[in-house]
Design a protein around this ligand. Structure first.
Ligand code: HEC
Ligand code: HEC
Ligand code: HEC
Length: 193
């Protein structure tokens, strides 16, 4: 028999062993013995398992809001001249009672009645009266001091442009509190209503 015949035969046997081994593992097991078990991984993890920091620092004892027709309740609240909800009036008429915090055990903070008058250098007619009272009825000092504002009248370079860009008063006015574009005289108290 020719060398070529044995070559072809050997190739066919290898192929049969390969195909048989892949499709029917018991065949390979019969030829090579039982498969090896994977070795346990040696050493430690390269870094500790990631744990979001919230887990330790933010454990809230949340109270779910009561079921209610919130749309009807909102419609019953007073409106501003611009047509939005007048939250400060609603607060002063005891129509709403904001909770001190998300945590059921959060304590309320004292209200501070201090107006800060800010007068733009180039436009004194546009002086602003910033009232602490309604803000501290709803917010705590550290919502603003000193992340947004210094605790000193006139210390921050506030402009309308920055407010409309979402800085300073615009961090809240526009996104959640009344829109500065719709109610100039609420801040510029000298402007005609
Ligand atoms: C949420 C409060 C708020 C509202 C609403 C508001 N402003 Fe202002 N405005 C400010 C503050 C704060 C300043 C900066 C005062 C300072 O420190 O000089 C300012 C400054 C200004 C200035 C001085 C120039 C400048 O850009 O700094 C003008 C003019 C002005 N406002 C016009 C307006 C007009 C017009 C509207 C209504 C479309 C308006 N403002 C609505 C708070 C407000
Ligand atoms: C909604 C934001 C806000 C909250 C909340 C807030 N403040 Fe202020 N506060 C201001 C602004 C605006 C100014 C003026 C800063 C400026 O002109 O740069 C100011 C100024 C001050 C000043 C300086 C007044 C002056 O005449 O120099 C003091 C003191 C102060 N705040 C104390 C407090 C305390 C205490 C609390 C909590 C009870 C508080 N603030 C809560 C916004 C806030
Ligand atoms: C941290 C959020 C926050 C910031 C910053 C903030 N406010 Fe307010 N402000 C509120 C909320 C909330 C209300 C009540 C909701 C509403 O009136 O839409 C309010 C209400 C007001 C009122 C209405 C008061 C009333 O008696 O009706 C004025 C005026 C006002 N803000 C001016 C300012 C000015 C001026 C600045 C910047 C110097 C400022 N606010 C910055 C949250 C903020």
């Amino acid at each position: 028999m020719s060398v070529r015949f044995w070559r072809v035969r050997a190739l066919a046997m290898l192929l049969a062993l390969f195909v048989g081994g892949c499709t029917a593992p018991p065949l390979l097991t019969a030829v090579l013995g039982p498969p090896l078990k994977p070795l346990p991984v040696a050493g430690r993890l390269r870094r500790p398992v990631y744990k979001p920091y919230h887990e330790e620092t933010m454990t809230y004892n949340l109270v779910p809001p009561p079921k209610a027709d919130w749309h009807a309740k909102l419609k019953a609240l007073p409106l501003t001249a611009a047509g939005g909800t007048d939250w400060v009036k609603a607060l002063n008429e005891n129509l709403i009672k904001p909770k001190p915090g998300l945590d059921a055990k959060a304590e309320d903070e004292p209200v501070m009645d201090l107006d800060v008058v800010l007068t733009p250098k180039d436009a004194p007619d546009f002086k602003v009266t910033y009232p602490h009272k309604p803000h501290t009825q709803i917010l705590s000092c550290d919502n603003c001091h000193t992340g947004i504002f210094q605790m000193q009248a006139g210390a921050d370079p506030i402009t309308m442009e920055k407010i409309f860009a979402g800085e300073y008063c615009g961090r809240c006015h526009g996104p959640v509190a009344f829109d500065p574009a719709s109610a100039c005289p609420r801040c510029h108290t000298a402007m005609p209503q």
